[in-house]
Design a protein around this ligand. Sequence first.
Ligand SMILES: [Zn+2]
Length: 240
Amino acid sequence: MLWEIKIISEDSAGDLRKNESFLKHLTSGSLTNKLLESALKGTPLLKMGNGNPKIMLTAGIHGNELAPQIAALMVVEKLKEMDLSGSVFIIPFSVPYATMNSSRRFKGFDMNRKASMVGSISNIIIENAKYLKIDSLADFHSTKPNSNPGVESIFCSKKPCQQSYEIAEHISKVVGSKIICHKIAGTLYHGALEDESNISGIPAVTCEVVSHNHKVDPGSHERSYLQMMAYLNYFDVINL
Ligand SMILES: [Zn+2]
């Protein structure tokens, strides 16, 4: 398997091993170790495979949501053993510094509201996605019970990218997560990574699994992993 790691932002660097709750759920793997080392320098972007389609998967925009970040590493270790039909770009921890401190915010801001602010890490992710001519992006989160949304779900929109909805439908069909569809991307609030991606013409979804913040609730990382694999399967990058 061809792969390479690039650092896309340096001021977000962090030592994830300092987060005990994260460390507890880590399974070892050669690429996992490489990514953790890279995070000491900044936000790592891992490219696996080659050619089209080009699919991007992100986690850890909220550093205190640990389940999807653990799941992204599980995906990395799994894909390493597979033949991919296309390229998969994975950012397993968008803000290593925030994950190290198990913080939802970075520099005082919610990065999932700042994707249109030039220089913010979520904006840098969008700019990389555009530059790389990514075909689709999915951003993975966890939501604590009895919060908003508080249920395993997939956020999507029908405009300007109808495919956002179609991707959500596929993931929902495979893993059963509830679809939460907005008519037009970015009208409810501004600066979500998913919305800004859709507005940029890159079809995107946000996937949520249920887990308490700062923790990996039992099974939550496996649910996030299944969402990720269903997403990749939509584009026939992998065969489930
Ligand atoms: Zn979140």
